[in-house]
Structure formats: C-alpha cells, structure tokens
Unconditional design. Structure first.
Length: 297
C-alpha cells in the first residue's frame, strides 16, 4: 500500500488538534474518513502511529518520531500552495513612493515583485510624501510609501520603520562635524516645498535652537538635490542611503548634527476599509526587501 497525501494530512491535523474528531471538523470531513486514513497510513508504514488510552487515541512513540518529518512535508506543501496563490495575484495597481525612498529601494522592490508576482502590473508614482497622501485621498493611488505623513481619518497607515537621515553639504564648504543650527543659519538650505516631510524636518531642526535659516531654496525633486549640493549651491537633509552614493565622489560631505536630525518615519498608506490582495502582496514583499537591504534603523 502506498502512502498518500490525504493520509499524511489526516495524521498531521490529528496530531496538531489532539483528536481525529477535531481533525475531521477542521478538514470538513466525516470522522470515519479520518480514522480510515490513519489506519491506512499505519498499514502503509508498517507501524502503529496511534494507540488506545483512557482518553481515546493518542500518538504512539513511533508516531511521535514520525511527526517532525510529516510537519516538514506539510510545510513544503503549504509553501507550494502559497507560491501558486501569490503567482495568481494579477492586474494593475497604482503605487506611490516618497522620492528619497524610491531612489534606493524602487529597483530591488520591483525586482522582488516581478519574481514573486509576475502577473502583477504596478504603476509607480514617485513624488513628495504630501503629494502622494493627497493622491491616495483622491483615489488616484491605491498604495503609498509615505514619509512622516500628515495623517487623515480616511487613510489606513501601517508603520514600516525609521529611515536614517543626515545633513549633507558641499565638500568645498569644509564644515566640521557636528554642525549646529547656528553653523548653517546663514548658509543656503535646499528643501522640498512646504508642507513636505523634508521641509518640516529642516524647520523643526532650526526651531529647536530658536533660530531660522536665512534662505531656503525650494526644489521639488529629492533626486536633483544632491546635484545642487555638489555644485556648492546649498546644504540639505537627505536619506542617508541616498546621500552615501554621492559622498564617494568627493563633492559632498555628510555631517553629524547637534541636535541630531529626527529620522523620518516611513508608513504604508492606503484608503481605510480597502481589502485588496494586491496590496497585501506588495506589503509582504516590501517588508522582506527592506529587511534584506537593512534599510531601516
């Protein structure tokens, strides 16, 4: 007699739940069906996997030795089933990413999504977090990775973690770390427009010392800011992972600061009450990518 998956499954759930009756209820089968499968498995293996007791049938010593191997088999089967379910997730989804985050994370995220969910069709929108937040509220996006979101009752926000952030200045300025607000007060500062997360980070840092920067130049693109800083046109606050790419060229320096910069908080945002498997799939993949990159503090 050959061993069947149905027999292994019956034994697995009987062991997990403590009785054939509970296993039958979980598997939506009649108890005699479960009992027959257990009997057939015992005969196929040539061992007694269950034995009688005053409490009914319990696992024998042979059954206890067999259980870890069956658990491994069931885990592999569940993994295959989950993979098939993941690959069945398909169709378009509109995803917004805060630009500083996208520079470092979009490529590995897209690669991982393509491998895990080849039928998924993400449309990427890269912008400031506040713009993405508005797009979510207006149903122009399905999902967004947001930096220090303002928050709204119609949005569901799930925390991802802290994004390391640093002051960056032209190397030609030859500033000494750590810098304080008084050291940068008379320097040109480059930031996203208000009320962006970056603008709030900049103004909050100066406000902690009771000073205001004399000049803030507004730039809507985080990706362009390193070019402006490298050209000696101003200092700014950037995600550390993004800034480190430009430091090696010798035109930009990262600066420790006192007080320390408050790291940006990343959230996954979607409209409240929306239950979409595509969103779940992207969230699961995103968290795995962030962990692999060691991106978050």
């Amino acid at each position: 007699m050959r061993i069947t998956l149905a027999q292994l499954e019956a034994f697995f759930w009987t062991a997990q739940l403590g009785s054939a009756q509970k296993a039958a209820h979980h598997m939506n089968l009649a108890q005699p069906t479960i009992s027959l499968r257990l009997k057939d498995l015992s005969e196929a293996l040539g061992i007694e996997i269950l034995e009688r007791s005053t409490r009914g049938s319990i696992m024998s010593a042979e059954g206890r030795r067999l259980l870890p191997r069956i658990k491994t088999i069931m885990a592999e089967i569940q993994g295959i089933q989950q993979q098939d379910a993941d690959r069945a997730i398909s169709g378009p989804i509109r995803v917004g990413l805060a630009e500083g985050f996208a520079v470092s994370c979009l490529a590995p995220l897209l690669s991982a999504l393509t491998a895990a969910h080849p039928a998924l069709e993400p449309e990427w929108v890269v912008s400031t977090s506040t713009t993405l937040e508005t797009s979510l509220l207006e149903d122009r996006l399905d999902l967004g990775v947001l930096l220090n979101p303002l928050g709204h009752e119609k949005l569901a926000l799930k925390p991802l973690g802290a994004q390391p952030t640093t002051w960056v200045a032209p190397a030609s300025w030859k500033l000494t770390s750590p810098v304080a607000p008084k050291d940068l007060r008379d320097k040109p500062i480059i930031a996203n427009p208000p009320p962006s997360a970056m603008y709030r980070q900049v103004t909050h840092w100066f406000a902690l010392a009771g000073v205001q920067p004399e000049k803030i130049s507004i730039c809507t693109s985080v990706a362009v800011m390193p070019e402006l800083i490298a050209a000696g046109l101003g200092a700014g606050i950037l995600p550390t992972g993004m800034a480190s790419r430009h430091v090696s060229e010798g035109k930009i320096q990262m600066l420790a600061s006192s007080p320390a910069i408050e790291n940006g908080r990343l959230f996954l945002g979607s409209r409240e009450g929306v239950n979409d498997l595509k969103i779940v799939a992207i969230e699961r993949t995103l968290r795995r990518v962030l962990e692999d990159l060691h991106y978050l503090v």
